[in-house]
Design a protein around this ligand. Structure first.
Ligand code: PRP
Length: 173
């Protein structure tokens, strides 16, 4: 299987710093909770939070639609619920990638409607806008990419490659 670099660690660091600065400008003064969507967003969320210039609470949610497959099953399951009370809070959902849009749609609906958040914003490091099965537009996007299979910086294929410190395209299997 060939692995080629799409975004280097320097590209990632620069873009995450820009996103943090933008979020700092937009959301300063909010009592913000960063909600990291496990597992993939762990690395991005960790970096993004340290580029936000005000205090941010942290919580986690885990959803899964992929299993070990490269394409979504279409059914999004909540595997781990957040612990903080989100009622009337401002929540920033942090994702590593939006592909079909199914995961983000379900997490957004759950946090807004079931958990009663006052305001929900969304940040994703990568976006594949042409791969949507349901519409979704994130407030903060690191990079928009073609619908190639990408790994690294938290993104896996069958639980491998998450700890590669750059984004690579996996091809030719
Ligand atoms: C991946 C990714 C997003 C979601 C995006 O998660 O981290 O959460 O898929 O795809 P979608 O827009 O088509 O829903 P996955 O379910 O593979 O779990 P993981 O983060 O633990 O790898």
């Amino acid at each position: 299987m060939a692995q080629t670099t799409l975004f280097s660690k320097a590209d990632i660091d620069k873009r995450v710093a820009e996103m943090g600065a933008e979020i700092t400008r937009d959301l300063a003064g909010n009592d913000l909770i960063a909600l990291c969507v496990l597992k993939g967003a762990m690395f991005f969320c960790s970096d993004l939070m340290r580029n936000i210039g005000f205090d941010v609470a942290l919580d986690f949610i885990q959803v899964s639609s992929y299993g070990n497959q490269k394409t979504s099953s279409g059914v999004v399951t909540i595997l781990k619920e957040p612990q903080l009370d989100m009622r009337d809070r401002s929540v920033l959902i942090v994702e590593d990638i939006i592909d079909s849009g199914l995961s983000m749609n379900e997490v957004f609906r759950y946090i807004k409607l079931d958990k009663g958040a006052r305001e929900v914003r969304t940040a994703t490091f990568l976006d594949k806008p042409t791969a949507r099965r349901v519409p979704f537009k994130a407030d903060y996007v690191g990079f928009s990419i073609d619908p190639k299979f990408v790994i690294g910086y938290g993104l896996d294929y069958a639980e491998k490659y998450r700890n590669i410190p750059e984004i690579q395209v996996l091809s030719g299997e």
